[in-house]
Design a binder for this molecule. Structure first.
Ligand SMILES: Cc1ncc(COP(=O)(O)O)c(C=O)c1O
Length: 414
């Protein structure tokens, strides 16, 4: 009998059976079809590499002590220690930590915090401002803030309206900032993936624009929500992308790399004022959000170990070396007529394969994916955009395997 599993973002009528994976180590996965180089960090989550020994050991130790406990009215050491360490680790000014378990929930929590902030002050500000091509998750709220398209057309009747800013890429900055200025004075929040829109196609915009956006938010009182679910923990070259614009958001969403990618955990951090707006003897002002596995102790212990790795190991140097290694490998594609828009931000590299049919649903995406898989490389192009987002332990020789395969793909599909 075929598997009863319904896989995410998978058209089962068209896709071959899922590849069975039995083990991971460093940048590699052992699969039923042989070893595979994980060049997308297993959907952007693995930072240091699969099964970093310190994270594995922390998980083992915590599993022996406390597996799970209700987090309303109860707390535990891993959550407490992690929260204190996180407040120190993120951009300054974020003093409160709310735990959840995925990027989508981190963003839902952020949106709810923003609306509660205004409601509890008796102010009618509920409008959300978001970027064109944004992706913030797959729940109804996060899809509402995200770009509309084939992914959410069926759910459109349930999605709420947002003010949509044009993507502020080169040449469009002014238009985007003008619209933000016009909309911000009575909005609840601007939500943005800082510096790079991931699922929207690895689209990069400048730190100057982000800084200007933050200034408009500050001047109008609109809360700035930075969705660093993908960009956080070194991906863009700095710990957080916001650092490159020298800004601190009012609310920060973290997930994916929070536990080094080992276990599902998310955190939404906020400024004290957002917490204070919910702090009252009036129970109706409570922040009404929870999920059963909020602050799971084992996941918190894994995340605490992740922050220790950042403290004890030269992670920042690894990130810088990877960024440079990516840059040098992109060089040969810059003059290649089969590729366009060759780009990089920190450790993330992307390039577009020039094909006549280039949309997200274009056949080239699954064809490319299968081509790379057959070569033992896990890449998952976004339409005709091929991106390389590896764990920081990837070696120069491993990166060469990836880029040799991309070059070959250019000859076959470009
Ligand atoms: C910027 C951003 N926000 C939110 C999410 C949703 O995260 P999750 O898949 O953990 O729900 C993603 C996932 O890719 C993301 O890239």
């Amino acid at each position: 009998m075929s598997s009863p599993i319904w896989h995410p973002f998978t058209q089962h009528a068209l896709t071959p059976d899922a590849t069975l994976v039995s083990r991971g180590e460093g940048a590699w996965l052992d699969t039923a079809n042989g070893r595979m180089l994980d060049a997308i960090s297993s959907w952007w989550v693995i930072t240091h590499g699969h099964r970093h020994p310190k994270i594995v050991e922390a998980i083992r130790r915590q599993a022996d002590l406390l597996d799970q406990v209700i987090f309303a009215g109860f707390t535990h050491q891993p959550a407490e220690e992690l929260a204190r360490a996180l407040v120190e680790f993120v951009p300054p000014g974020l003093s409160r930590v709310f735990y959840s378990d995925s990027g989508s929930t981190a963003v839902e929590v952020a949106l709810k915090m923003a609306l509660g902030f205004w409601k509890n002050q008796g102010k009618a500000r509920s409008r959300i401002i978001a970027l064109e091509h944004a992706y913030h998750g797959d729940t109804i709220g996060t899809m509402s803030a995200g770009a509309r398209g084939v992914f959410n057309a069926a759910y459109e009747p349930l999605l709420f309206d947002v003010v949509r800013l044009p993507f502020p890429g080169a040449g469009h900055e002014r238009q985007s900032l003008e619209l933000l200025k016009a909309a911000a004075s009575n909005a609840a929040a601007l939500i943005a993936e800082p510096l790079i829109l991931g699922a929207g196609g690895m689209l990069i915009y400048s730190p100057d624009v982000l800084r200007d956006m933050a200034a408009i938010c500050r001047d109008t009182g609109t809360l700035l929500i930075a969705d660093e679910v993908m960009t956080g923990f070194g991906r863009t070259g700095t710990r957080f992308a916001c650092e490159q614009a020298e800004i601190s958001p009012d609310i920060l969403c973290l997930a994916k790399g929070l536990s080094g990618g080992s276990l599902p955990l998310a955190a939404t951090l906020c400024r004290e004022e957002v917490f204070t707006a919910h702090y009252s003897s009036d129970r109706s002002r409570t922040f009404f959000h929870s999920s059963s596995f909020t602050a799971n102790p084992i996941a918190c212990a894994a995340a605490r170990a992740n922050l220790e790795i950042w403290r004890q190991e030269p992670v920042q140097a690894r990130v810088a070396a990877l960024a440079q290694a990516q840059e040098s490998r992109l060089a040969r594609f810059r003059d290649d007529p089969r590729f366009g828009n060759v780009r990089r931000l920190g450790t993330i590299a992307a390039l577009d394969l020039k094909v006549p049919d280039a949309g997200y649903l274009a056949q080239v995406a699954p064809d490319l994916m299968q081509f790379f898989h057959a070569k033992g490389i896990l890449l998952r192009p976004l339409g005709n955009t091929i991106y390389v987002l590896p764990p920081y332990c990837v070696t120069a020789a491993e990166l060469d395997l990836v880029y040799d395969a991309i070059l070959e793909a250019g000859g076959k599909f470009g």
